[in-house]
Design a protein around this ligand. Structure first.
Ligand code: PNW
Length: 487
């Protein structure tokens, strides 16, 4: 990182937690096995096979449903402190409701969690990572305010079962993907595409669902089990394309819509959605002939419920965008029109396989600084950071990118960021939503053509193992690509 050229050796504390992550739809497969019903992603990709880049959906994926022992073996090979995975709601509650609890499905999570605990790997459980039961979508999904209760009821079943074993909980992963991409657009399931309307209704309900689940844990489990409950938010960085004031203002508004929209209601002293977002949507809505803002408001009671409803902020950080005001006018209401900016990335930044993914490590520092300055140094867990490539074991670029970002993370911590842990996305190759398996995020390569979805360590798995062991970032290269749990 520019300017940081001293030779001081910085180390990660022994208590700092290093881990890796996955999500249910992306790795489990077994989409209709043992009583599991359809999720919105099953339905979306079954009904629209053409939207998947390489045609590979999550029906089988990495088949982790049948491979949990191998998965934990890989975690032991890397030597992680924690494993972040998600529970599939339609697998454990096939009707969407707790009237019927799928014991066979829970057996899988019992096995996985017990295996993790046997090897002293801390389970970090995400309750919701994009895979709503389709039956609940048929009732409106996250656009129905009753979804707040549905989620609480589901959370209670899972807390009851695992509160004694799981100390790190994430209620919901990336509300922006769920809502902006799934309700205000059609790039993610359930592809409601109700632009300028659906995303805001969804965001309100998803945030309240999170808060309700947090309060449930706080009230009925916290004293006895002393676990931590957070939410994972997409916190990419956004810089003005250059120093002109208009660009700086555009970048600020873009951050308000993409980051603060979710962080502010929970971590600010005032609560509620950020004022610039409320103002922008209200103004546009009136101009467009709506009698009220398309952004629904929170009642005083809802604001109170949301404030401080997290023990830590889960940060999913991948990349940085460059922002300037939009040239084009948006004729129909939309989230993009409300922000009214144009985003790009710098061509000189190293590119990942995903079109949106470029490496700009300093962006992580800026993102964490933004959180600290605005929200008074909350406890943070990096719940996702990763890099996509083509298939292949020799992933030197992923190694370089992880190292660069981890160096910047050390600077951020030195400057006061309260970061307790870091999690690589992902343990293994998996179904990258509509990109299928055309973008590989894994420290382990998965051979999707093999019957048993064989997993093989990449260079990055060994490099990460070395980082976890030594707690420093250096230029170590392994003598070979072999890895063994016994040494
Ligand atoms: C996340 N961006 O999505 C999700 O949580 C994972 O399920 C997913 O597999 C992973 O990151 C890789 O995509 C993101 O545009 C989607 O910056 C888009 C962005 C970041 C994360």
């Amino acid at each position: 990182v520019q300017g940081w050229t001293d030779t001081k050796v910085r180390t990660f504390a022994e208590t700092f937690m290093f881990g890796v992550s996955t999500s249910a739809y992306q790795v489990e497969g077994a989409w209709n096995v043992d009583g599991k019903t359809e999720s919105i992603w099953d339905k979306y990709l079954h009904d629209n096979p053409d939207v998947v880049a390489d045609g590979r959906n999550g029906d089988v994926a990495s088949d982790s449903y049948h491979n949990y022992e191998r998965d934990v073996e890989m975690l032991r090979e890397i030597g992680v402190d924690h494993y972040r995975f998600s529970i599939s709601w339609p697998r454990v509650l096939p009707s969407g409701f707790p009237n019927e609890i799928n014991e066979q499905a829970f057996q899988y999570y019992d096995n996985l969690i017990n295996e993790l605990l046997t090897y002293k790997i801390e389970p970090m459980v995400t309750l919701y990572h994009f895979d709503l039961p389709q039956r609940l979508q048929d009732l409106g999904g996250w656009a129905n305010p009753l979804s707040i209760e549905w989620f609480e009821d589901y959370a209670k079943v899972v807390f009851d079962r695992y509160a004694d074993k799981v100390k790190f909980w994430i209620t919901i992963n990336q509300p922006n993907s769920i809502c902006v991409d799934g309700y205000g657009d059609k790039v993610m399931a359930p592809a409601v595409d109700a632009k300028g309307i659906g995303e805001y209704i969804c965001i309100k309900n998803v945030l309240l669902a999170h808060a309700n689940a947090y309060r449930l844990y706080e009230r009925d489990y916290k004293k006895k089990y002393n676990g931590n409950v957070g939410i994972a938010i997409s916190v990419n960085w956004a810089s003005p394309i250059n120093n002109k004031t208009v660009n700086a203002q555009a970048a600020e508004l873009y951050r308000a819509f993409t980051i603060d929209m979710y962080v502010h209601p929970i971590w600010s002293t005032y609560g509620d959605f950020p004022q610039p977002v409320k103002d922008a949507v209200a103004k546009k809505s009136l101009e467009q002939g709506y009698p009220r803002s398309r952004l629904p408001s929170f009642t005083a009671e809802e604001k109170r419920l949301l404030k401080k409803s997290a023990d830590f902020l889960g940060v999913n950080h991948y990349t940085t965008f460059l922002v300037k005001p939009a040239k084009k006018q948006f004729s129909v209401p939309s989230f993009d029109g409300d922000i009214n900016v144009e985003i790009s990335q710098d061509d000189i930044w190293t590119s990942g396989k995903s079109v949106w993914l470029k490496s700009y490590p300093f962006g992580l520092y800026k993102a964490l600084l933004h959180i600290n300055q605005n929200y008074e140094y909350p406890p943070i867990f990096i719940t996702e950071h990763g890099w996509s490539t083509n298939p292949g074991l020799w992933d030197q670029t992923r190694v370089n990118v992880l190292r660069e970002y981890l160096k910047v993370l050390l600077f951020s911590i030195e400057d006061g960021a309260q970061v307790k842990g870091y999690t690589v996305w992902s343990l293994m190759d998996n179904v990258e939503w509509t990109s299928g398996t055309s973008e590989r995020f894994g420290l382990y390569e998965v051979d999707f053509d093999s019957e048993t979805k064989n997993r093989t360590a990449r260079l990055s798995a060994l490099a990460y193992r070395h980082i976890i062991e030594e707690r420093i970032i250096d230029d170590w290269t392994p003598p070979s690509l072999k890895i063994d749990v016994s040494d």
